[in-house]
Design a binder for this molecule. Structure first.
Ligand SMILES: [Zn+2]
Length: 256
């Protein structure tokens, strides 16, 4: 049987599968790859052309999550240097053990920058989710997932991504998880998924998003059920509009 690409749905020999496609970017410590991603689609997510040559979808992911990663790797170390958090887009300030995240002044006043970066980040989340879903569960070719293909791979439409704010800074992390991040679908029983929505946990962050066509009633129903399930551990959920809506620096770990 010819290999069929999860994203563009084309088959060999029209397309090739020569390169290793990491599901979670290698620059984030990802080690798994998906054999069903063609070379064109693989290259697309690492290509800067989607943002006027400035940054790729993978870079938007890397810039954000590497901050969380480093924050987690630093836990337990007495001296935390702000200098450890190097980022192209973000500035991290530390005061009295608390971290504050802002967009670097050079980008701050560029019209549309925040919005574009956030969109790339969201599309990157879908990329990791979809490629891992396919790798772990052997699904994804069904037409119900076309909304994901259209949004993440072909930059069409808009999808809401929810971020769940934790109530406490205690989270379950496996040994070495910050070094080699894993994307979880159902590790914790507060993660809620149904036919139309799915949730993931990644580096201590919990996101929820639609995975197929949905309407306002579906969204309300899903959100109601999800929040009920999370009551003990999370305080609220926000639809992310800008990167700073996500607790990238894991400020929550400092709150007493
Ligand atoms: Zn493809």
């Amino acid at each position: 049987m010819n290999n069929k690409c999860l994203w563009c749905l084309e088959e060999e020999p029209k397309i090739t599968f020569n390169k290793k496609a990491h599901t979670i970017p290698k620059s984030l410590g990802g080690q798994n790859y998906n054999n069903n991603i063609c070379d064109n689609c693989n290259e697309y997510f690492g290509n800067r052309n989607c943002n006027n040559g400035k940054y790729s979808i993978e870079e938007a992911l890397k810039e954000a999550f590497n901050i969380s990663r480093k924050r987690l790797l630093n836990v337990g170390k007495t001296k935390r240097k702000v200098g450890d958090f190097k980022s192209k887009f973000f500035e991290i300030k530390q005061r009295k053990g608390k971290y504050r995240l802002t967009i670097k002044p050079t980008f701050q006043f560029k019209p549309g920058f925040q919005k574009d970066l956030c969109r790339s980040f969201k599309r990157g989340l879908y990329k990791m989710f979809f490629e891992e879903l396919n790798r772990q569960k052997k699904i994804g070719y069904e037409s119900k997932y076309d909304v994901i293909r259209q949004y993440a791979r072909f930059d069409k439409g808009e999808l809401p991504v929810l971020y769940f704010n934790r109530a406490y800074g205690i989270m379950m992390m496996f040994n070495r998880e910050a070094e080699t991040p894993i994307l979880y679908f159902d590790r914790m029983n507060y993660l809620h998924s149904n036919e139309k929505f799915s949730e993931i946990e990644f580096l201590g962050h919990v996101f929820g998003f639609p995975i197929s066509e949905f309407n306002e009633i579906d969204l309300k129903k899903y959100l109601g059920e999800s929040i009920k399930l999370k009551k003990r551990f999370f305080k609220d959920a926000v639809i992310i509009q800008k990167m700073t809506d996500v607790d990238i620096t894991l400020r929550i770990m400092n709150d007493k």
